[in-house]
Design a protein around this ligand. Structure first.
Ligand SMILES: *Cc1c(COP(=O)(O)O)cnc(C)c1O
Length: 369
């Protein structure tokens, strides 16, 4: 990991977002932040103490992420979205032993969890995942009642929850989401009482109170980004990631000169160009070449030429007195800034999730106020 790149994660922004989500769902509904992929690149190492104070549990993708949370000292509810049946017995057993709530979406997943419960000598807790139309993980809704029966006939496995996941909750057209919700509701009576019901990702948490049920699973909203531009809720979310680097060189390039691979940008005036030590190898997307800006001394410096693996060049001609060592704000936590996560995602033709994951995985994190 490079010692000169740092993602600063704002504690107050995360707390603010969690409080905003809490006020939307009320006190009765459980708040279960999704912390998969190292908190979407924001760094579990710095965020765990903050999240653990405000959350009613955590949701992760991989079994290893769940076990890592236990090692960090999380004693409460942890839901693991993916199953462990390709993992070795040691991992499968540890999940049961550590009381991680696992997802069941098929008979074979149930069988492997049951086998682990028998080996460990402890009841395994599971949530059933129902595919109500997303077509990804989950038992197809028609087969859900049969799988519920099978789980209930398995004494080593306790069904403690049932959930589904929406494919288009972040789109203005609600019709597909409402169809999913209807299919989900139809299964609930079969699951019986005393079972935790959940469906809402960030988009549904923000815009569809009918989907809150007993618990919500927001991811991106916790980290302060809207899941898409079509979200109606005007709640104030505060992006919590900013990334800073320092200029490692400043040089003059005469009119007609170029910078970067492919010589894709020709300077049309005598220019001053700064070299920033970040590139696509550090998660700064190459297709931001000639599109994005960074900020230096509060002013825009356009990215000129192609982004390389570990460097890129920015035009600093219009910024007075720029010197080697000056701070470069690569990503701003101000949602209105041209180098906000959301704007960079737009420019790169992707979603904020992919920006924070890529950048965040390549550098260390520090918690700031
Ligand atoms: C990733 C994920 C979420 C969180 O989605 P956001 O859009 O980030 O809120 C919720 N539920 C499941 C099953 C997921 O995989």
């Amino acid at each position: 990991m490079k010692n000169y790149l740092t993602a600063s994660i704002s504690e107050s922004a995360v707390r603010h977002n969690l409080a905003a989500l809490r006020s939307l769902i009320g006190e009765r509904v459980k708040l279960c932040p999704v912390v998969k992929d190292d908190c979407f690149g924001h760094g579990m190492d710095v965020l765990f103490p903050v999240l653990t104070e405000c959350a009613d549990g955590f949701a992760v993708a991989a079994p290893q992420e769940a076990l890592e949370l236990r090692r960090k000292g999380c004693h409460g509810f942890i839901l693991c979205f993916l199953s462990a049946y390709f993992d070795d017995f040691a991992v499968q057993d540890e999940l049961v032993w550590q009381e991680i709530t696992q997802t069941v979406m098929s008979k074979s997943a149930l069988d492997s969890i049951r086998a682990a419960a028998v080996r460990v000598g402890k009841t395994a807790r599971v949530h059933l995942k129902v595919d109500t139309g997303m077509g990804r993980l989950g038992v197809p809704s028609e087969q859900a009642p049969r799988l519920i029966e099978l789980i209930c006939e398995t004494p080593e496995v306790e069904l403690t929850g049932i959930y589904t996941h929406f494919a288009t909750a972040d789109e203005a057209d609600r019709s597909a989401t409402f169809r999913q919700l209807e299919r989900f509701r139809a299964i609930l009576p079969v699951a019986g009482k005393g079972i935790r019901i959940h469906a809402a990702n960030s988009a549904a948490t923000l815009d569809l109170p009918d989907t809150h049920f007993d618990m919500v699973r927001p991811g991106i909203a916790v980290y302060g980004c809207k899941p898409s531009d079509e979200i109606q809720n005007s709640v104030d979310l505060r992006p919590c990631m900013s990334v800073k680097a320092k200029l490692i060189a400043v040089k003059r390039i005469p009119a007609g000169g170029c910078s970067g691979y492919g010589l894709t940008h020709v300077y049309d005036r005598d220019s001053r160009v700064g070299v920033v030590p970040i590139g696509y190898g550090d998660g700064y997307f190459r297709n931001l070449s000639n599109k994005a800006v960074v900020r230096i001394n509060g002013m825009d410096a356009p990215v000129r030429g192609r982004v390389s693996m570990d460097q890129m060049t920015v035009d600093v001609t219009d910024i007075p007195n720029v010197q080697v060592g000056d701070e470069v704000e690569v990503i701003s936590s101000d949602p209105a800034a041209p180098n906000s996560v959301e704007n960079l995602a737009r420019l790169a033709g992707t979603i904020p999730y992919e920006i924070t994951c890529h950048i965040g995985h390549s550098m260390r994190h520090e918690l700031v106020e």
